[in-house]
Every structure is written in structure tokens, then in C-alpha cells.
Design a protein around this ligand. Structure first.
Ligand code: SF4
Length: 230
């Protein structure tokens, strides 16, 4: 059986060579991928705008820095994430990004990237963060948002967009476009958990439907967050 993708077990063959990353002269993205990179960046920014409503509260109460420099480096080692970040922010990284003792994207008030973050930056959910979820439906929405991009990027059982080379991304261009569009649909659907448009039965149905389509969403942190609000 093929090994499932895991962000902390990075297949070294998929990482970009160190040399040359800082010398990329500018956007050299294949035309077939330009629109989908822009669509992914917009999707990530829209997820981020929602997540900020809860992370701003939780992170303000916390004195630790959970952003690890090695995790942040993935934002530049990954071809896909680097191009998404460049789409959103231009060439945002400092020359010394590899030797810094904290993530190059970490600013005085938190992460400066609105798009192009490693999957784990969205998916990592600490106890303090789950404490600021409000009711059951709020917990369902924010738990779902933590895993949506991860699911969108899963191109095959073994290949995740985060670790795809430019050639692999090009070979999967149509699939990436389909999955980003699917992610957008799921995001719009998931908002109905909290926007008052559904009755109680409708929200339960929607929650079940989201769990079936995005199985990763129903992981241990989500289970705890939901169970504590039943
Ligand atoms: S959230 Fe931002 S600052 Fe933190 S590790 Fe990820 S990219 Fe770096």
C-alpha cells in the first residue's frame, strides 16, 4: 500500500535544490498554471480572512511562538507555495531566509503571508485556538477550515501539491483547477453552518456531508471540539 502524505515526513526528492531559490529572476510560471495559482491564492486568502476572526483572539492570549523556522522554510522550498506567495505578495522573502532563527514570514504581529503558507500552518490547531470557538457550528466551521486546503492539495494518494515540482504541477494542471474550484464550493457551503440560512436539521445534514467529503476534517481535535459543545 502507498504511504499517505504527511507534512512532517517530507520526501526529500521533492524539495527544490537550495541553490538558486533566491536567484529566481521573476515569475516564470507556465501559462497553464497562472490562473489556477491566482485562484488558489484567492481561496487561501478567503479562508485566512475567516480564520483570523478566531486566531486573532487565541493568539493574543498566547505568549508562545508556535511558528517553527523549519516549517516556514517550506513556504519557499515548495515550488507551488512559493509561486502562490509571490502571486499574493511579490518576492516577499529576505535574502537570509535560510539562516534566520525564526520563520522569514513571521512579523511583529504574526504571519505576514496571506497566501502561500505551508499546509501545517493552517492545519495545526492548538487547545487555546479550539477554546475560542463559540458554539457547535462555529467549532464545525473553523475545524473544517483548518483542513480544507490540505484536502484541496491532495492530488493523488502519494502526491500533494505542497511537494509537487513545477513539472508535476504542470502535468496535473487540470486536476489542480478542478480541486481548487471544488475547494471554493466547499468553502461557500461550509459558511452556511453559521450564517443562519439553514435550520438545525439542515446544519446537521451539512456537517455530515462535509465530513463525508473531507474525511480528514473529522480528526481528533475536531472530535474533541465538537463533543465538548454537544
Ligand atoms: S504561519 Fe506564517 S510565520 Fe508561521 S510558520 Fe507558517 S508561514 Fe511562517
Amino acid at each position: 500500500m502507498e504511504a499517505a502524505y504527511h507534512p512532517l515526513k517530507i520526501p526529500t526528492s521533492s524539495l527544490l535544490p537550495v541553490a538558486g531559490v533566491d536567484n529566481v529572476p521573476g515569475p516564470m510560471v507556465p501559462p497553464e498554471l497562472k490562473d489556477v495559482i491566482a485562484a488558489y491564492a484567492r481561496l487561501e486568502q478567503d479562508i485566512g480572512a475567516l480564520v483570523k476572526r478566531r486566531s486573532a483572539v487565541a493568539c493574543a492570549r498566547c505568549e508562545k511562538i508556535c511558528c517553527r523556522p523549519d516549517v516556514g522554510e517550506q513556504a519557499l522550498e515548495s515550488w507551488w507555495l512559493r509561486e502562490v506567495g509571490r502571486q499574493a505578495h511579490g518576492r516577499w522573502w529576505p535574502d537570509d531566509w535560510r539562516t534566520r532563527d525564526q520563520c522569514a514570514a513571521l512579523g511583529d504581529t504574526g504571519c505576514t503571508l496571506t497566501a502561500g503558507k505551508p499546509m501545517i500552518c493552517w492545519s495545526f490547531v492548538c487547545d487555546l485556538y479550539t477554546e475560542v470557538y463559540e458554539d457547535l457550528w462555529d467549532a464545525a466551521l473553523y475545524s473544517f477550515l483548518a483542513d480544507l486546503l490540505w484536502e484541496v492539495g491532495q492530488l493523488t494518494r502519494k502526491l500533494h501539491l505542497e511537494y509537487a515540482t513545477e513539472e508535476q504541477a504542470l502535468a496535473h494542471a487540470d486536476k489542480i483547477a478542478t480541486r481548487v474550484a471544488w475547494g471554493r464550493e466547499l468553502l461557500e457551503e461550509a459558511k452556511h453552518l453559521v450564517d443562519g440560512s439553514l435550520d438545525e436539521v439542515g446544519r446537521h445534514r451539512l456537517l455530515l456531508s462535509l465530513m463525508c467529503r473531507v474525511p480528514r476534517f473529522f480528526r481528533a481535535t475536531t472530535q474533541r471540539a465538537l463533543l465538548s459543545r454537544l
